[in-house]
Design a protein around this ligand. Structure first.
Ligand SMILES: *Cc1c(COP(=O)(O)O)cnc(C)c1O
Length: 817
C-alpha cells in the first residue's frame, strides 16, 4: 500500500463493494454473474474510489484558486480505463489478489472491457496522453469533449473488404467509469436571429436562438500516476429539453412532440470517422458549437465560483484548442463578454486574445477547416457578426503593416472571398490565440515557412513548437509488463514518471546477458501476439520471424501501399529467383479507412487479397506472412506494439505532422524504418543514425522533384523490380479468374500521377529493408539497436510535452495533493 494514499486500500471492503454492485447495480448474484458482469462490478467499485478523489480534487481550495488549463478537443481516444487506472492507483497486485479470491482472473476480466473509441487516431490519442500527463504532474486540468453515443465504427472484413458497424461503446449496461453531473447541465442555442436595442445610446445586440438543446456532462476520472489527484474528462451529451413541445404533447400529438427530441439527440449521436479530412457538414458544425459553448459556459462558471472577475480570466484559465475543431469558442467568448456582460469590444478582446492557444495538426489542404459563411450565418448568426468584426479589425492591422498590399489582405483574411465565401478556421485561430504550436520540430518549421509565413512576420512571437509525446504509463508500464520489470530491475522503478532515466539502460546495450533478457521479453511478447492471431484469425505465425508493423489510419500520405509494394517485391523474388534468400518476415497491418475514402478501402482490399494468397502458398514456405488485424484500436495497439521488431513510419516527407505511433513502437524496442518526416526526424536525433533506417526523399527533395515535374512512369520503366511488383496488381495472381480487381492502386500510382511519390521512394525503401534483413540476422547487433531505442526515448514522454506547454504557453504551477 502506498503511503501517499488518502483512502488506503481495504481488500475486504473492496470485495464487498464488488459484490454489492453485482447485486444492486447489475441485478445479479455471485453464483450467476457472467465474467462480463464481474468486470463491470469490479470497475464500478474502482470507479467509486477514483470519484471520491475527483470530487476532493475539484473542491480543493488550492486547485480552485490555481490557474488551470482547459483542453478542448472533439476527440479523446482514451482506450480502456480499468487496467491503466489500476496502474495509476498502484493497486494492480492488490486487486489481482482480491479478484483471485473471488474466483476470477484479473487479466481475463480486463479483456471484458470495450474500448471507448471516442477519436479517430493520433489527434484523439494525443489528447488522452496529455490528460494522463497533466494528472501525473498535477497541473490543474479539465478535459472537455463530446459524449458520442457511437464512437469510431467497428471494422470487420467480408470477402477481404472493409465493413463498418456502429460502435455502441457503453454497452447495454452503461460504461462503469463515467458519472453524470446533472447539476452542471446547460442549455445551448442554435439558429434564430439577432435583436438590436439601444440602451443609453449604446447599441446592444442579443442573439435570440430559434432552438435550444440541453448539454449533459458525463465525467470520466483521469487518475494521476501514484498521486491523489484525479481530474475530470468532461464529455457533453446532447439531449432534447423536456418538455420538448408541451403544446403538441397536450394535443395528443405525441409523435410530433418527439421530433425535437430526435433532432437534439442527433448532435452527439456519432463521431465523424474522417481522419485528416473535413467535409463541411451542418451536423458537424453543430457538434463543434455544442462542444465549444457547453465547455465555455462551464469554464466561466468555475471561474466565477472561484470568486474571480472576468478581467482576470487569462490569469486563471487558459484554453488549449486541439486543432481548429473548437475554434468557435473564440467568438462564443466574445459574445458572452459583450452581449451578456455588456463589455466594450476592446476590453472583451483583451481578455479573449490572452486566453486561447491553438495547436495545428496538419498542413494537408483537405484537412484545413473552412465553413460556408452562409452555414455559420444561419446556424450562429451572432457569431458570424463577431467573426466579421474580428476580421475587420485584423485587416486594419494587416494594411498598417503592409500598406496598399491587397494580396496580403486576401491571403490573411479570415474570410475567403469568392462565389461561396468561406470562413477559414485556422486563420481565425491564429488571429484569436496568444500562442500557436505545431506538433514536431519539422512540422512547426513548415507551419512558419509554408502555412502561415505572413502571420509569422506579423506576429513573430506567436508561432512555436511543442513536440508530441506519449504516456509511458500506458505505452510501456501497462502494455509491456515484462519489459517494464526488466528495466526496473536494472534502474529502479521511478522511470514511468521520469522517462529520461531510461537512458541508464544504454549502459547495458552491449551486455550480452541483458541483450538475451531483452530479446527473450521481445520473443514472449511476439508469442503472445502470435497466439492472439492464431485464436482470432486462424493464422499460424513463427515468432522467430521479423515482426514488421504498420498500424495507423489508412491514408495515402501514410503510404501503406508503399509497404504493400515491398511485400509484392518479396513475393515476386521468392517465386521467381531460387537464389533469393531472406529472413522470415510477418507483415502486420492495422488500419481503418474512412467509410467514404475509396482508394483507402481499395488498398485494404488489396492487402487482404495478397494475404490470402501468400499465406496459403506452400512455395513461400512461411518466409512471408501477411496479417491484417481487423478493428485496429488502442487495445489492439497494446498487444501489437510490445511484439514489434520493425516500425513502419513511411509517410511522404512533409505530410505527417508528428506521428505518435512511431514513439510508442520505438519505446518498446522496435526499430524504425522511416522517412525524414514528423517526429521521425527527432527520433533519429535521439537514437543516432545507426539505430534507425532512414530512406527516401526529404522535404527539400520532394519539393525539387515536384518542381522538376515528376513522372511515375519514369520510375516504373527504370526499375524492373518495381515494374514486376506493380504488374502483380494489374494481373490475376491474387484474384484468380478475375484479372484487374486490384487495379485501383496501380492506376492511382501510374495514371493518377502518384500524388504521394510512392514510386519515387521505392528503390530507397527496398534498400533500407534489405539493411534490416541483414542486421536482424545477427541477433546481438539487433538487440543492441533495439535496447538503444528503448533507452533513448525519454524525450518522447508526454510529460515532457506537457512541461513544454506549461513553460512556453500555459504558465501553470502544479498543485501537489
Ligand atoms: C497512437 C495511435 C494512433 C496514431 O498512430 P500514428 O502512427 O501516429 O498515426 C492511431 N490510433 C491508435 C489506436 C493509436 O494508439
Amino acid at each position: 500500500m502506498k503511503p501517499t494514499q488518502t483512502h488506503p486500500f481495504d481488500k475486504k471492503l473492496f470485495q464487498d463493494n464488488v459484490k454489492r454492485h453485482l447485486n444492486v447495480t447489475y441485478a445479479t448474484t455471485v453464483e450467476s454473474a457472467s465474467p462480463h458482469v464481474w468486470y463491470l462490478a469490479m470497475a464500478k467499485a474502482m470507479a467509486e474510489m477514483t470519484m471520491l478523489n475527483l470530487l476532493e480534487t475539484e473542491q480543493d481550495e488550492r486547485v480552485i484558486k490555481a490557474k488551470s488549463v482547459n483542453y478542448l478537443s472533439l476527440e479523446f481516444l482514451i482506450g480502456r480505463l480499468t487496467g491503466n487506472n489500476l496502474i495509476s492507483l498502484g493497486l494492480y497486485d492488490e486487486i489481482n489478489d482480491a479478484m483471485q479470491e473471488l474466483g476470477h482472473s484479473l487479466t481475463d476480466l480486463l479483456e471484458e472491457e470495450r474500448d471507448p473509441s471516442l477519436g479517430n487516431g493520433g489527434l484523439g490519442r494525443l489528447a488522452a496522453c496529455f490528460m494522463d500527463s497533466c494528472a501525473a504532474m498535477e497541473y490543474p486540468t479539465v478535459g472537455y469533449g463530446l459524449h458520442y453515443e457511437y464512437g469510431l465504427f467497428k471494422q470487420s472484413f467480408k470477402d477481404c473488404q472493409q465493413k463498418e458497424a456502429p460502435d455502441a461503446w457503453q454497452g447495454i449496461e452503461g460504461y462503469p467509469w463515467e458519472v453524470a453531473r446533472p447539476e452542471l447541465k446547460q442549455d445551448i442555442g442554435f439558429y434564430g436571429h439577432v435583436d438590436v436595442e439601444y440602451i443609453d445610446g449604446e447599441e446592444r445586440r442579443t442573439w435570440v436562438p430559434g432552438m435550444k438543446v440541453q448539454a449533459m456532462p458525463w465525467d470520466l476520472p483521469i487518475v494521476g500516476y501514484e498521486n491523489n489527484t484525479v481530474y475530470p474528462l468532461r464529455l457533453w451529451e446532447a439531449r432534447a429539453i423536456a418538455p420538448f413541445s408541451l403544446e403538441s404533447f397536450n394535443n395528443g400529438n405525441y409523435f410530433e412532440a418527439q421530433h425535437a427530441l430526435i433532432d437534439a439527440d442527433n448532435i452527439t449521436k456519432v463521431l465523424y470517422p474522417n481522419d485528416n479530412h473535413e467535409k463541411g457538414k451542418t451536423l458537424r458544425l453543430m457538434q463543434q458549437y455544442f462542444h465549444s459553448a457547453a465547455s465555455m459556459g462551464d469554464i466561466l462558471r468555475r471561474h466565477k465560483a472561484a470568486g474571480f472577475s472576468l478581467d482576470e480570466l487569462p490569469d486563471y484559465e487558459t484554453i488549449q484548442l486541439n486543432d481548429t475543431h473548437p475554434t468557435i469558442a473564440i467568438p462564443e467568448l466574445m459574445r458572452i463578454l459583450m452581449d451578456e456582460q455588456a463589455m466594450p469590444w476592446d476590453q472583451a478582446w483583451g481578455i479573449c486574445s490572452r486566453t486561447f492557444a491553438y495547436t495545428n495538426h496538419t498542413l494537408l489542404p483537405e484537412a484545413l477547416e473552412s465553413w460556408d459563411e452562409s452555414l455559420i450565418q444561419r446556424l450562429l448568426p451572432r457569431h458570424m457578426e463577431i467573426i466579421y468584426e474580428i476580421n475587420r479589425r485584423f485587416l486594419l492591422e494587416v494594411s498598417a503593416k503592409w500598406p496598399g498590399d491587397v494580396s496580403k489582405q486576401q491571403k490573411l483574411s479570415v474570410i475567403q472571398e469568392g462565389f461561396h465565401r468561406m470562413v477559414r478556421m485556422a486563420n481565425l485561430c491564429v488571429v484569436g490565440a496568444y500562442a500557436v504550436n505545431g506538433v514536431a520540430a519539422l512540422h512547426s518549421d513548415l507551419v512558419k515557412r509554408h502555412l502561415f509565413p505572413d502571420f509569422h512576420e506579423l506576429y513573430p512571437d506567436r508561432l512555436t513548437n511543442v513536440t508530441n509525446g506519449i504516456t509511458p504509463r500506458r505505452w510501456l508500464k501497462f502494455c509491456n509488463p515484462d519489459l517494464s520489470n526488466l528495466i526496473s530491475e536494472k534502474i529502479g522503478d521511478e522511470w514511468p514518471a521520469h522517462l529520461e532515466q531510461l537512458e541508464k539502460i544504454a549502459d547495458y546495450a552491449d551486455d550480452s546477458e541483458f541483450q538475451e533478457q531483452f530479446m527473450a521479453v521481445k520473443k514472449a511478447n511476439k508469442q503472445r501476439l502470435a497466439d492472439w492471431v492464431q485464436e482470432h484469425m486462424g493464422i499460424e505465425l513463427n515468432p522467430d520471424a521479423i515482426f514488421d508493423v504498420q498500424i495507423k489510419r489508412l491514408h495515402e500520405y501514410k503510404r501503406q501501399h508503399l509497404n504493400m509494394l515491398y511485400m509484392l517485391s518479396l513475393y515476386h523474388r521468392l517465386k521467381t529467383d531460387d537464389s533469393f534468400d531472406m529472413h522470415p518476415r510477418v507483415f502486420f497491418f492495422g488500419a481503418k479507412a474512412a467509410p467514404g475514402y475509396y482508394l483507402a478501402k481499395e488498398i485494404i482490399y488489396a492487402i487482404n487479397k495478397i494475404a490470402e494468397t501468400v499465406n496459403a502458398d506452400p512455395q513461400i514456405n512461411d518466409k512471408l506472412k501477411v496479417v491484417f488485424i481487423p478493428d485496429y484500436r488502442v487495445s489492439i495497439a497494446e498487444i501489437v506494439i510490445p511484439a514489434a521488431d520493425v516500425s513502419e513510419q513511411i509517410s511522404t516527407a512533409g505530410k505527417e505532422a508528428s506521428g505518435t505511433g512511431n514513439m510508442k513502437l520505438a519505446l518498446n524496442g522496435a526499430l524504425t524504418v522511416g522517412t525524414m518526416d514528423g517526429a521521425n526526424v527527432e527520433i533519429r536525433e535521439e537514437v543516432g543514425d545507426d539505430n534507425i533506417y532512414i530512406f527516401g526523399l526529404d522535404v527539400d527533395g520532394v519539393d525539387e522533384l515536384r518542381a522538376n515535374g515528376y513522372n511515375p512512369y519514369d520510375c516504373y520503366q527504370a526499375d524492373p523490380l518495381l515494374k514486376a511488383s506493380l504488374d502483380l496488381l494489374a494481373g490475376e495472381t491474387f484474384t484468380p479468374g478475375e484479372p484487374g480487381k486490384l487495379r485501383a492502386t496501380y492506376e492511382s500510382l501510374l495514371n493518377g500521377g502518384d500524388p504521394y511519390l510512392v514510386l519515387a521512394d521505392f528503390a530507397s525503401y527496398v534498400q533500407a529493408q534489405e539493411a534490416i534483413d541483414h542486421d536482424y540476422r545477427d541477433i546481438q547487433v539487433w538487440a543492441k539497436k533495439a535496447i538503444l531505442n528503448t533507452a533513448l526515448m525519454g524525450k518522447f514522454s508526454s510529460d515532457r510535452s506537457i512541461r513544454d506547454y506549461v513553460n512556453r504557453i500555459w504558465k501553470l504551477k502544479p498543485v501537489k495533493r
